[in-house]
Design a protein around this ligand. Sequence first.
Ligand code: GRF
Length: 201
Amino acid sequence: MKGVILISGNGSNLQSLIDSSVEIKLDIACVISNVSSAFGLQRAKQAGIIGHVLDNNQFSSRDEFDLKLSELIDTYSPEIIILAGFMRILTPDFTKKYLGKIINIHPSLLPKFQGLHTHVRALNAKEKKHGVSVHFVTEELDGGPIIAQSVVDILESDDADSLARRVLSEEHKIYPKVVSWYTHGRLKLHNNQASLDNTPI
Ligand code: GRF
């Protein structure tokens, strides 16, 4: 299945998808970054995947940027759009257009800790558990229907970096798994409810 991956930074989740792409039947048509220095673009290049930079600073409004982004995406006619560390809030017009075929990974056990700095916030809140969520993207930031989560115990000795590392290692396992459910036609979104093999998640 043809997919487009959106990034803004390091791209370790992109790497996990590249590494598993044959197994999960994902044909990565291109990678798009809104940050020209994103290391993920080098990962794409290394893998022989087309990389595009669409610098949001070159656009005067969020609407204009999202319009251009969707034009670029549409030139590839992807069946799935994968946000992998794409650090931009998307407009409702954009998320509505791709509803049911756009997914995101977020480093917290949603609905807890939407937004940024999730690891330090989980520590400050004295949580015992933290983790990662993969969800369908809707117009609500980090608020779309949850597809899968992976839980990590918070240790006494943890700081934000050590916790982030353990969560990230779970991210690298869970994202290819969810994408493979999608590429095999097992994962759907209907009436704001995710389902796997026709069973609500
Ligand atoms: C990950 O923690 C992801 O969940 C979040 O941003 C981070 C991106 O990391 N949305 P990477 O660029 O995939 O290494």
